[in-house]
Design a protein around this ligand. Structure first.
Ligand code: CA
Length: 254
C-alpha cells in the first residue's frame, strides 16, 4: 500500500508542477484549494496524509484526539473534516454526532479500518457524508473529499455587485472578472460567507492560514490591502471596511 501511495505522490507532484507552470486557473477550477481538518491519532498516518494533501496545495490542520478536533471544528470554518473512527477518548462517531448536534455542517469523511456494513452505517447515521476504508490510496481520498465538498454549501456567494462562483473559482465585480491568488480567494470567501458581520483577525488567520499560525504577523493587513486594490480601488462604492478593534467587514457602507 505504501508503495502505491508513494507512486501516487510522485504522480501528483509532477501533475501539480505542470498545472502551476502552465495554467493555474485550470488547476484551481478542477481541484479547489481547501482548508481541511484531519483528526487522526496515528502519527505516521496523520503526517503522511497531511503532507500529501499539503503538496496538493490544501491547508491541513491535524488534531490527534477527538476532543482537540471537536474544539477546532467549532472554531474554524473548514471545507471538510477527515475523521478517524478509532480515536482514544472521544471516538470518531461521538465527535461526528456532537458536531452535527451543535449545528456544524462541515462535510465529514470518516476514515475507518472497519469493514462491517453496520459499522459504516453507524458513521453515516452519526452525520458523516461518506466513509473511506483503510488502507486507502491518496488519490481516492482526494476524490472523496472533492465529492463531499461539492455536495455541500451554496455555489455562489454575492455581495452587491461582487460575485464569487465557488465551483468555478471565479470572482467578478460589476461583471468584470478579477484574478485573485489562492490566499486572497480564501480571505474573500471568508469575508463573503460572514457578510455583513465583521470577522476578527484571529479568525481570519485560523481560517485562511492555519491553526497555530503566528497571529502577530501583519499578513492579514497585507492581504486585506491587496483585496482592496483588486476589488474596491476602481469602484466608487467600497465593500471592504475596517471595523476598529474588531477586524474587517465586507458589505455596503453603513
Ligand atoms: Ca486511530
Amino acid at each position: 500500500m505504501i508503495g502505491t501511495e508513494l507512486c501516487a505522490q510522485n504522480r501528483r507532484r509532477a501533475t501539480f508542477a505542470m498545472f502551476v507552470g502552465i495554467d493555474c486557473d485550470f488547476w484551481r477550477r478542477h481541484d479547489a484549494f481547501m482548508h481541511l481538518l484531519l483528526i487522526e491519532d496515528e502519527r505516521k498516518v496523520a503526517s503522511f496524509v497531511a503532507r500529501a494533501l499539503r503538496e496538493s496545495a490544501h491547508t491541513v490542520d491535524v488534531a490527534a484526539t477527538g476532543q482537540k478536533g471537536l474544539d477546532l471544528a467549532n472554531r474554524v470554518s473548514y471545507d471538510a473534516i477527515l475523521l478517524d473512527v478509532r480515536l482514544p477518548g472521544l471516538s470518531g462517531i461521538q465527535v461526528c454526532k456532537e458536531l452535527r448536534q451543535s449545528g456544524v455542517e462541515i462535510p465529514i469523511l470518516m476514515l475507518t479500518a472497519r469493514t462491517l456494513v453496520e459499522q459504516r452505517v453507524e458513521g453515516l447515521d452519526a452525520g458523516a457524508d461518506d466513509y473511506l476504508t483503510k488502507p486507502f490510496a491518496l488519490d481516492e481520498l482526494q476524490a472523496r473529499v472533492r465529492a463531499i465538498t461539492r455536495r455541500g454549501g451554496s455555489k455562489k456567494l454575492q455581495c452587491a455587485d461582487l460575485e464569487f462562483d465557488r465551483q468555478r473559482g471565479l470572482v467578478s465585480r460589476a461583471g468584470e472578472q478579477i484574478s485573485l491568488t489562492t490566499k486572497e480567494l480564501a480571505l474573500l470567501e471568508l469575508l463573503l460567507a460572514r457578510s455583513p458581520e465583521p470577522v476578527g483577525r484571529t479568525v481570519i488567520v485560523e481560517n485562511v492560514w492555519s491553526y497555530g499560525f503566528d497571529t502577530e504577523t501583519n499578513l492579514v493587513e497585507v492581504y486585506i490591502n491587496r483585496l482592496r486594490q483588486k476589488i474596491d480601488q476602481s469602484h466608487r462604492v467600497k465593500l471592504i471596511h475596517t471595523v476598529r478593534g474588531v477586524g474587517y467587514r465586507l458589505g455596503l457602507p453603513t
